[in-house]
Write a protein that binds this ligand. Structure first.
Ligand SMILES: Cc1cc2nc3c(=O)[nH]c(=O)nc-3n(C[C@H](O)[C@H](O)[C@H](O)COP(=O)(O)OP(=O)(O)OC[C@H]3O[C@@H](n4cnc5c(N)ncnc54)[C@H](O)[C@@H]3O)c2cc1C
Length: 424
């Protein structure tokens, strides 16, 4: 018999001392089964933590592809500063820990039968289900835009082939050419992402194509870390990036992939490269399962991430509206860790503990110039996950080049630490 580890011994003694062994219905009939759909930030974090917190739970991670390419640092790939391979990870370490990896597409959820239905006809049974499937593009929201057009005007808002396409288009931009970046209204994945992208594109172009222009057409009037970004643009890329807020464009009326134009209420813009980032929602199979109520994002209990609409199903990350937390990879991973503890408690009929959640979002204005925003969140009396007053904040507006360089280094450390924790 394999000797028990200290952790297993502690887990067992906690269980016995708390007297919960008798009161754990799922465990009484065998090992509890948790299925997690989505092998990105939220899903991988939940799977790994749950496996460690309660090794007696059967954890199955369903992932569309055998590898995951992160959106964080994909803007560096577009700028030619990193390879796509360096931001792509497999699930071998998770499998080694005893997490069952199922590569395939989940197409439907049957909450009554407690089954996840897969594209290949298989069905996965669960006692509790966790969904962290990210986002889906709403191709039909802007006249002229379509799924087919993403091959001409890539969004690159899911990392992988789209990232490479946009990278190659940027590298082939004619001298003095124009890049258009269309940004949707909130809520969308990674609020500062489009502005980091503009920054890193400018970094690349300032070396190879210094008369090129980048025009950002925004569906809103302000954005995350705006004063810090604008300060960086003026210092590093004067005159290269133009920001056109909603007030000055009136909204996008039409997109034309043949002409490479975006027509707004006030003007038609023509680009040699068009990075069209469409509006987004929770994926359709999640909506079809009744998890988004009347809206397009999942509503959850903000302490347990259990769906407000479908009991037994927990939703994390970008697919859910989780109080004040932004749709970021770090948020999703932190939520995944908390959700694992919640599940471990619920599966043993214990009341889950409440704690604080954190998010830090670094953005690179150039590879050597970083800025950040941090937040601390706690579930308030009214059940909403709210920013803790006086906590968090952004990088100072007044800072030395050394400080900005240090923040860029912190961004790299953050990425290495998080991806190692999830996939390493
Ligand atoms: C350009 C860009 C830069 C970004 N930079 C940062 C950053 O610096 N820091 C940061 O914290 N965040 C950043 N983000 C945001 C971050 O990528 C997302 O917030 C994060 O990925 C959300 O995690 P998630 O678990 O909700 O979804 P994801 O990480 O997207 O994971 C979802 C997974 O579910 C899988 N999936 C979906 N549907 C199915 C299905 N039906 N069956 C099986 N599998 C399925 C997907 O293939 C994917 O593997 C950035 C985003 C972009 C676009």
């Amino acid at each position: 018999m394999t000797p028990m580890t200290r952790r297993q011994t502690l887990a067992l003694s906690t269980t016995v001392m708390s007297g919960f062994l008798m009161g754990a219905p799922a465990l009484a009939q065998g090992r509890a089964r948790v299925v997690i759909v989505g092998g990105g930030f939220g899903g991988a974090a939940a799977a790994r933590r749950l496996r460690r917190v309660d090794p007696d739970v059967d954890v199955t991670l369903v992932t569309e592809a055998a590898e995951f390419t992160t959106c964080p640092f994909s803007n560096l790939v577009i700028a030619g500063e990193r390879t796509i391979e360096s931001i792509t990870f497999g699930y071998g370490a998770l499998a080694d820990e005893g997490i069952r990896i199922v590569v395939g597409r989940a197409t439907a959820i049957d909450p009554a039968a407690r089954l996840v239905r897969m594209e290949d006809g298989a069905a996965l049974a669960f006692d509790r289900l966790v969904l962290s499937p990210g986002i889906e593009m709403k191709y039909d929201r802007v006249p002229g835009y379509s799924k087919a057009l993403e091959e001409v005007m890539p969004h690159a808002w899911k990392a992988g082939a789209q990232t490479i396409l946009l990278r190659d288009q940027l590298a082939a931009l004619p001298q003095g050419g124009t890049v258009l970046i269309a940004v949707p209204n909130n809520p969308y994945r990674c609020p500062p992402g489009p502005y980091e992208r503009a920054s890193l594109m400018a970094h690349a172009l300032s070396r190879t194509n210094p008369t090129a222009k980048i025009i950002i057409l925004d569906a809103k009037d302000s954005f995350s870390k705006q004063s810090l970004f604008v300060q960086g643009w003026e210092a590093l890329y004067p005159g290269m990036i133009s920001y056109v807020p909603f007030a000055d464009n009136g909204g996008i009326l039409e997109v034309d992939g043949g002409e490479m134009t975006i027509t707004t209420a006030f003007e038609t813009f023509k680009g040699d490269v068009v990075n069209f980032i469409p509006p987004q929602s929770a994926p359709q199979f999640v909506q079809d399962a009744g998890l988004t109520g009347e809206g397009e994002w999942c509503t959850v209990d903000q302490a347990t991430f259990e769906s407000a609409d479908v009991p037994g199903v927990h939703v994390l990350g970008d697919a859910a509206i989780v109080g004040d937390m932004p749709k970021s990879g770090f948020s999703a991973a932190v939520q995944g860790g908390v959700c694992a503890h919640v599940l471990a408690a619920l599966l043993r009929d214990r009341v889950p503990e409440r704690g604080v959640l954190l998010n830090t979002c670094y953005s690179l204005v150039s590879p050597g110039y970083g800025i950040s925003v941090a937040g601390v969140y706690r579930v308030a009396e009214d059940g909403h996950l709210k920013s803790v007053e006086g906590s968090g904040g952004t990088s100072p507006v007044e800072a030395t080049p050394e400080f900005r360089a240090a923040e860029a280094d912190h961004a790299r450390s953050w990425y290495a630490t998080l991806t190692t924790a999830l996939f390493g």
